[in-house]
Ligand binder design. Structure first.
Ligand code: PMP
Length: 440
């Protein structure tokens, strides 16, 4: 028997069906944003009347908020297994965290990244000396590919490897510890994009031996607005502040040339200019505490049971192809993308929503090179799973179903039954495309 789902906001809400009436909503798009844990929402609501500005005033509420902000930092640092001298910055999101790190690269830094990354982990490095590695077909090949690339680099210059913990497209887990060992053996550092891994598995900087980790609160059962970058302090302390402004500056004086001189803070404040998002930081910390208390291993075991049911169910349906880089036995989190023969992905996703109140995602999932590689590997004609009038770009897409700690078994069963009905008997409504989207 698996443990019960954790209570989340929105569980049991009903939404209108295009076929008439209403139905309880099955949120199966956790990989985009997970619903907030009820516990997180309650903690935030209890604190909300007391919030004030951080690191500013002598007033009681300002002091309380400063204390809460710094305690949140400590809670998240413990959740991530930070080393004692690591820095933990609150940012807006994974995208923000990785852009911040990209701005802190030492002069001449080389960056190595697989083509399989989410755009947030692919694009920030474009102004560095970037090497993009081909998608590997397994863990060993990933490590070998990285080692080969690193062996050919300038061994005396700084280098950074950026790697995802779990793919937002296939859900597949990457060999992070082995890639970190390869990076370090060649004098490079490594940052882990844990946006999809942290919500599903324990992530420890110490155990994985990665230099930095980035994740987003809104995928980790906290509401929007806060993310984290944690890891080695040296590059961060040596870099120009990510944002110039109050909070990041220790002293500011009029310069002799008529401008302004500034001495920046060296700690976390250096990159946290402006009034910090104390509610967001507190929500992330509350989510970390809630996951720890619920038992991350128990939650992962529960998710694994749902995942097995989902994959077995999909394998029984005609014309369904589950996307994978590493093969059927790959270790995955609860994120699965697939195509259905004869269906445009947007059409299938629209029918799941309109006729079954099931929310999934379709498209290329901000990982265009990866989805192209996966789809082109198993297809002959780009139009095969699309409507004839679609362009290649739109026809190259998949449906993604993703879930987590709040997902009841019933949602997975309803999803499988809905896909079975759609692919065997077709949609009940007619659909047309508006601006590339399918609507009933
Ligand atoms: N990396 C991965 C693997 C992701 O799945 C996402 C979000 N889809 C991001 C980075 C970016 O996260 P955010 O949009 O919260 O910045």
């Amino acid at each position: 028997a698996i443990c019960a789902p954790l209570p989340v906001l929105g569980a049991g809400i009903s939404v209108p069906l295009a076929t008439g009436g209403e139905r309880s909503y099955a949120a199966l798009d956790y990989a985009a944003s997970a619903p907030a844990l009820k516990r997180v929402w309650d903690d935030v609501a209890a604190y909300a009347p007391y919030y004030g500005s951080v690191h500013r005033g002598a007033g009681h509420l300002s002091q309380l908020s400063t204390d809460l902000f710094e305690r949140s930092r400590a809670t998240v640092a413990a959740f991530l297994g930070c080393r004692p001298d690591d820095e933990l910055l609150f940012t807006r999101s994974t995208t923000d965290s990785l852009n911040l790190l990209a701005g802190a690269l030492p002069e001449g830094c080389e960056v190595f990244v697989f083509e399989t990354e989410h755009h947030a982990a692919l694009l920030p490095w474009r102004s560095a000396r970037l090497t993009v590695l081909d998608a590997p077909s397994g863990h060993d090949e990933a490590v070998r590919t990285l080692e080969r690339a690193l062996a050919a680099r300038d061994p005396y210059g700084p280098a950074l490897v950026c790697v995802t913990g779990a793919s937002n497209v296939t859900g597949e887990i990457w060999p992070v510890r082995e890639l970190a060992a390869a990076a370090h053996a060649h004098g490079a550092r490594i940052v882990l994009d844990a946006a999809q891994l942290a919500p599903h598995r324990p992530v420890s900087l110490t155990e994985l031996d990665v230099d930095w980790v980035a994740f987003s609160g809104h995928k980790l059962y906290a509401p929007f607005g806060a993310g984290v970058l944690a890891g080695r302090a040296d590059w961060l302390r040596a870099a120009e502040p990510y944002l110039a402004g109050g909070g990041a500056s220790r002293t500011v004086t009029r310069a002799e040339d008529g401008g302004v001189d500034v001495a920046w803070h060296t700690g976390a404040a250096r990159h946290e200019a402006g009034s910090p998002n104390v509610i967001g930081a507190y929500a992330v910390a509350a989510a970390c505490s809630a996951l720890t208390e619920a038992g991350q291993d128990r939650l992962a075991a529960r998710e694994q049971a749902l995942l097995e049911r989902l994959l077995t169910g999909l394998a029984e349906l005609p014309g369904i192809r589950v996307l994978t880089l590493f093969g059927d036995d790959a270790d995955r989190v609860g994120v699965v993308s697939f195509t259905a023969e004869g269906w445009h992905s947007s059409h299938l996703a629209a029918a799941l929503s309109a006729e079954y109140a099931i929310g999934v995602r379709d498209g290329l999932f901000c990982a265009h090179p990866l989805v192209r590689t996966l789809l082109e590997a198993g297809r002959t004609e780009p139009g095969e799973c699309g409507a004839p009038e679609e362009t290649d770009g739109q026809a190259l897409s998949a449906v993604r179903v993703s879930f987590g700690a709040g997902t009841p078994e019933e949602h997975v069963e309803r999803f499988l039954e809905a896909v079975r009905e759609l692919v065997t008997t077709g949609a009940r409504l007619d659909y047309r495309t508006v601006d590339g989207r399918w609507v009933p």
